[in-house]
Each structure stands twice: as structure tokens, then as C-alpha cells.
Design a protein around this ligand. Structure first.
Ligand code: TXA
Ligand code: MG
Length: 324
């Protein structure tokens, strides 16, 4: 099977995609963060196919996507005033809340946990698709497990083309980094930095938030040390690159902003305009391009760890982590 890419603005494509989901198939769809690989969250067999296609370890729970916050009761127990406040402020948007789950949700979605990760994506095509399907969608990022998340429909087709029936093309993802995951199941804790800056959550909750340390026995496998990896070894520089290291290696540079560093075999500039939002939106596509060049090594410049800079450095550190 080779995936068909169809425009997300085409209403017939949208209706076809909803029909695929209703009969237990998989659809890749755009969100504002990254592309998702969706299945009907209440269809355990369809969800099982998601794990199969991603070659994803079964201990890894999926995020459930809703068309609107009002549907939250379908999948989670929303008995906490903080939930309503956060939903009102940040949904639709790049925030996943980990909450107590409803027992009706198949175990395979939550990997047997008694919590569920939920979000309302901001991309209009994602919400239209969920509404048309008439069911919440369990959807991980549409990449094979452990690899860089796709931020265009072409990336998805390249990575999973033979395994999904339909890819809805909603253009390049605006945010470009996965959602921030906040657990409210116990004391509030950020399980994964992402497209919503920690500072915004702290401001809304009126409290400082802990960020869970990456570990190999994770609550959220997005916390796995080596994740978001390129196939080419990647290292993070201490500062802005001045020149490529001497030697015969072909080295690629991931620069945060405009650069004149000589000697690199390839250079990707994340933010020509210097804006961290631009860097975030372009990060995964830039890593993917460098990775496709058959380089010996990739060197990445660091960025300041404020706002979205947290999530960018988090992804770079994971890409750089050596296999245990
Ligand atoms: O932006 C995003 O979140 C994208 C788009 C498609 O929505 N999705 C995404 O899904 O990044 P995925 O599966 O690649 O990453 C979801 C992360 C995983 O690390 C998973 O372990 C964690 O969310 N997660 C999901 N449910 C959880 C739960 N109940 N408790 C703890 N972590 C959970
Ligand atoms: Mg992922």
C-alpha cells in the first residue's frame, strides 16, 4: 500500500479520512505541533495497528486528541478546577494534560496506566477530522519509534508511506515541536517540555513547575534518553560555531541563527530571523535534511533555555544521547 496524500482543505478527502477511521483504519493528519498517526481511540484493534506501524514498544501510552475541551468527559475524569482553567486558556493548543482516565477507554491506549494524556490540537484540519470521525483519536507522532517527528505531509509519506492509507496534508506544522505534557494526576509535573513554554503554565497555575528528569524507565517514553534521534551522530557545541573541526570528516552544522562559520559540509540555519519560534518550527525538518546527507557528524549550536528554548535543547540533548 502506498499512502495517498490529499489536501486537508478538501472536504471530500476529509470525509474519506473520517470513513477510514470509522472502519478501523489509520490516517495521518496535521496538527500545529507535528503530524499525528490517528486511530479511533475506542477501537483497540485500530490502536494496536498504530503500535505495529510505528514499531513502538507497547508500554508507551498514546495521546488522545479531542475536537473540543467539552468532550473531555469522554476519556478523562475532569474533577479539578485547574483542568478547566488550563483548558480555557491553552486549548486548542500544544498542551497535553495527563489526567485520570475513564475505564471505558481501551487499555492499549494508555498502556495499562490509570491515566490518559489528552489534548485539543489547534490545527483546524485536525479538529475537523476528529469531529467528522465522531470519536476521539489516539495518535502518536507519525514517525517510526525513536526517530524525528514529521512536520510535513511529505515527511510522513516518506517515513510511513507503505503503512497508512491516507495522509491529510495541512501544510508545514506551525509550532514544529511536540506538545508540552503536564501531569495533573499527582503533584503537577512537566513530563515533556514542548510547544507551550513552561513559563506560560507556571503563570496560569501561579506556581513553579518541576520538569521530570529524562530516565530510561520513564513515565512518558518521550522521556527516553535516546529519542528524536538522527542516524548521524550528533553533538551539541558549547557555543556558536566559529569553524568546522579540522580533519577529513564531513561535518554538518545546525546553526541557531545566521552564521559565517567556514569548513562545514552542510549548514542548516534554524532561525534566519533570530526568533526562537522560527527555530522550533524548523528544527525537525532541518535535522532530517542534515541526516539525509550521509555526513560523518552533526554539530548543533545551543540556544538559550527560556521559553521554547527548553524544548529545543531537550530535543537536541536526546538526539545527542548515546545508546546505552
Ligand atoms: O504534539 C504532540 O503531542 C504530538 C501530536 C501528534 O499531538 N503527539 C505526540 O505523541 O508527540 P507521541 O506519542 O509521539 O508522544 C506522546 C508522549 C509519549 O512520550 C507518551 O509516553 C506520553 O506522551 N504519554 C501519553 N500518555 C501518557 C500518560 N498517561 N502518562 C504519561 N505519559 C503519557
Ligand atoms: Mg513521538
Amino acid at each position: 500500500m502506498t499512502a495517498r496524500i490529499r489536501p486537508a482543505t478538501d472536504l471530500i478527502a476529509l470525509a474519506d479520512a473520517a470513513a477510514v477511521l470509522q472502519r478501523g483504519g489509520l490516517v495521518a493528519f496535521p496538527t500545529e505541533t507535528v503530524y499525528g498517526l490517528g486511530a479511533d481511540a475506542f477501537d483497540a484493534r485500530a490502536v494496536a495497528r498504530v503500535f505495529e506501524v510505528k514499531a513502538r514498544p507497547s508500554f508507551d501510552p498514546l495521546i488522545v486528541h479531542l475536537a473540543e475541551a467539552a468532550s473531555l468527559d469522554w476519556v478523562a475524569v475532569a474533577d479539578d478546577a485547574r483542568i478547566e482553567a488550563l483548558a480555557a486558556r491553552f486549548w486548542p493548543g500544544p498542551l497535553t494534560l495527563v489526567l485520570r482516565r475513564r475505564p471505558e477507554l481501551p487499555d492499549i491506549v494508555t498502556a495499562g496506566l490509570d491515566t490518559v494524556g489528552v489534548r485539543v490540537p489547534a490545527h483546524p484540519a485536525a479538529r475537523a477530522l476528529i469531529a467528522a470521525a465522531g470519536t476521539p483519536l489516539a495518535a502518536p507522532s507519525a514517525n517510526p519509534f525513536g526517530y524525528v517527528s514529521p512536520t510535513t505531509a511529505a515527511h510522513v509519506a516518506e517515513l510511513l508511506g507503505d503503512a497508512v492509507e491516507l495522509v491529510l496534508d495541512g501544510g508545514p506544522c506551525r509550532v514544529g515541536l511536540e506538545s508540552t505534557i503536564l501531569s495533573l494526576a499527582g503533584d503537577p509535573v512537566i513530563l515533556r517540555p514542548g510547544g507551550l513554554p513552561r513559563e506560560a503554565l507556571e503563570d496560569a497555575l501561579g506556581t513553579r513547575l518541576a520538569v521530570a528528569a529524562p530516565s530510561d524507565r520513564p513515565l512518558a517514553p518521550g522521556q527516553l534518553q535516546r529519542h528524536y534521534a538522527t542516524r548521524t551522530p550528533l553533538a551539541i557545541l558549547d557555543q556558536k560555531a566559529k569553524a568546522a573541526p579540522a580533519g577529513r570528516e564531513r561535518v554538518g552544522l545546525l546553526a541557531q541563527g545566521p552564521t559565517h562559520a567556514p569548513g562545514f559540509a552542510a549548514v542548516e540555519v534554524l532561525a534566519p530571523d533570530g526568533a526562537v519560534e522560527t527555530a522550533a518550527a524548523r528544527l525537525f525538518a532541518a535535522l532530517r535534511r542534515l541526516d539525509a546527507m550521509g555526513l560523518d557528524r552533526i554539530l548543533a549550536e545551543p540556544c538559550a533555555e527560556t521559553g521554547l528554548g527548553h524544548a529545543i535543547m531537550d530535543r537536541l540533548r536526546r538526539a545527542a544521547a548515546r545508546e546505552a
